[in-house]
Design a protein around this ligand. Sequence first.
Ligand code: PLP
Length: 371
Amino acid sequence: MSDSKKPIFVTQPHLPPLAELIPLLEEIWDSKVLTNGGPFHQRLEAALADYLGVPQVALFSNGTLALITALQALRVTGEVITTPFSFVATAHALLWHGNKPVFADIDPKTLNLDPAKIETAITPQTTAIMPVHCYGRPCDVAAIERIADTYNLRVIYDAAHAFGVRDAAGSVLNHGDLSVLSFHATKVFNTFEGGAIVCADAKTKARIDQLKNFGHAGETTVVAPGINGKMSEFNAALGLLQLRHVDEAIRRRGEIDALYRARLRDVTGIHCLGDGGEAFANHAYFPILVRDDYALSRDELNQALRDHGVMPRRYFYPLIAEFPMYRGLPSAQRENLPVAWTAARQVLCLPIYPDLPIESAERIAQFIASR
Ligand SMILES: *Cc1c(COP(=O)(O)O)cnc(C)c1O
């Protein structure tokens, strides 16, 4: 199907022109400041707060350490309600911080946590909710806020997919107590590896900055068992470059999204997930559900595409709740998660990235439509 023999992966990292990087590298070489909150780190934090429309950004070396530190910053204890339909790092962060993950089922339309299911999962040990804006589609943030207020729970959004996503009120990252971003190579905005915590005020950011630097509060004072989660100057410089090009990258993703949506709309048994409605979408993923009335099963379609050099991904199959370290939990049982269980067996994420030729997306859509 592809003209060249090169496989088409589900995503391909977007890179700025190398020539733009050289002057920034020269600055680092001249200053010899390599990390520990250097000038690029400070510039990227300010630039991201401005671009995203959020009060405070604390950079991290990756999103997983940012998730763990977010839990530590809020002193989250006991049980945390989360989604089984996510990348495994969401629940792993809870285990690393000594919390008990409690899985609640998802909404069949958005594949985000179902607020009604969150509410029934609350016990006296529940202290927080960790929802995911899955594929960059905003959660029902209003309902989650109501539940959090009613039961006095903290909310940490795993916003790893939600870079740049806005709703009517502004950045979706402004909801909850904290939001966590990932800048991994596969994400819409990348620093090769990287992440961030978005928070509301300078005092919270100061605590987070201590925790990501071993808990240091000054030269001779350590106030908490913090981790090394600092982003290096190299990654921060890359981030500043990527930021120059991210609007264009999201625009190109949007063209591919629109093409798939138009070509697959009337294909029996193929359902394209909603585009996020009112929200400004980032087109991070293009998930389809392959239902029983399609000509092939989801796994058969996955294989047929692979045989033609296209590598979709079954995000998120298996569910986090199916992995060995989680499957013994009462909340991980299939009966508790019927919507998530079905979605995991129907979903297929199609290739979408800025440099994907529109003709390739056209051929992928035709291939799916002609089975
Ligand atoms: C990518 C991702 C993470 C982890 O981010 P890293 O930067 O790779 O550590 C966490 N949660 C979700 C939902 C992700 O997609």
